[in-house]
Ligand binder design. Structure first.
Ligand code: SAM
Length: 279
């Protein structure tokens, strides 16, 4: 399979009269080696059903089609969604199974086949909600690599007691082990973005509880980080009917009520939520 390079990306954009949209985060990868490297890092195999969000002009899609059994690509821009099967057919010697879905990834709740691996250069303005949404609705996604804005990557992979640690880090940790997988130069994009990018890899793990607990845990996380500087007993007071009762729940859960949310890992948040459900 021949992949897309800088000249072809520009030709395709010109043929479509496409002015890359900032609001849709349209920065296209123009380096085929980087695309192959991302697919390798994601550990895509010939038995995988690969899910891509925002395939754009198809740079990563073609690299995935080289290896995966099947590729499902969800693209919000109808011009790009229409063009992608044409580009794929022109670059592939055999008929590769590619399904393109023209939809906002945030509204996708089911797919024709269950995906096993996620590989995506995510649109920057919705990268965290899209990532969390996919982990939630597709439990068959066991692993993957996403490219996001560098500071978002640091937040997703952050561990407790660091300044990057916050809502995205703890919520992602409910679903998966998340870690940084390297930086990506701005020069591999057209147009070049004015922020740096990084790769984040994830491996799903067994969730610490069921949906009822997850909803409660996520509500506790949202409150704990709403005002980062507040101690947990006052940050959670609205949820438990005052800071004295919040303190009682925290103490019963074995958590020091004077700590801040940034000190707790996902398991500590689960203990609080479980205690809250009990009392
Ligand atoms: N994957 C391509 C690449 O690496 O060259 C393009 C990546 S570009 C950073 C993001 C892509 O996501 C664009 O094609 C954009 O149209 C698409 N997109 C933006 N918001 C989206 C959404 N909510 N759902 C699905 N696709 C979206």
């Amino acid at each position: 399979m021949s992949l897309l390079g800088a000249a072809e990306i520009r030709e395709l954009a010109e043929a479509l009269d496409l002015k890359p949209s900032k609001s849709l985060g349209q920065n296209f990868v123009i380096d085929a080696n980087v695309c192959r490297k991302i697919v390798r890092t994601a550990g895509v195999t010939s038995s995988d059903i690969a899910l891509e969000i925002g395939p754009g002009l198809g740079s990563l899609t073609l690299a995935m089609m080289e290896i995966a059994k099947e590729v499902i690509a969800v693209e919000i821009d109808p011009r790009l969604a229409k063009q992608l099967p044409i580009t794929a057919a022109a670059h592939s010697e055999k008929k590769e199974p590619l399904t393109v879905i023209n939809q906002d990834a945030l509204t996708v709740n089911s797919l024709p086949v269950n995906p096993t691996v996620l590989v995506a250069n995510l649109p920057y303005n919705v990268s965290v909600p899209v990532f969390l949404h996919l982990l939630e609705v597709f439990p068959t996604l066991r692993t993957g690599v996403v490219m996001v804005q560098a500071e978002v990557a640091d937040r997703l992979a952050a561990k407790p007691n660091s300044k990057e640690y916050g809502i995205p880090s703890v919520k992602a940790a409910w679903w998966a082990e998340v870690s940084g997988a390297g930086s990506v130069s701005r020069s591999i994009f057209w147009p070049a973005p004015n922020v740096d990018s990084k790769l984040v890899s994830f491996t799903r793990r067994q969730t610490p509880g069921d949906e009822e607990l997850r909803k409660k845990v996520f509500a506790v996380i949202d409150l704990a980080f709403a005002q980062r500087r507040k101690m947990l007993r006052s940050a959670l007071s609205s949820m438990y009917g005052g800071s004295a009762s919040a303190e009682a729940v925290l103490t019963a859960a074995g958590i020091d009520p004077t700590l801040r949310g940034e000190a707790l890992d996902i398991h500590a948040f689960c203990k609080i939520a479980e205690q809250g459900l009990r009392s």
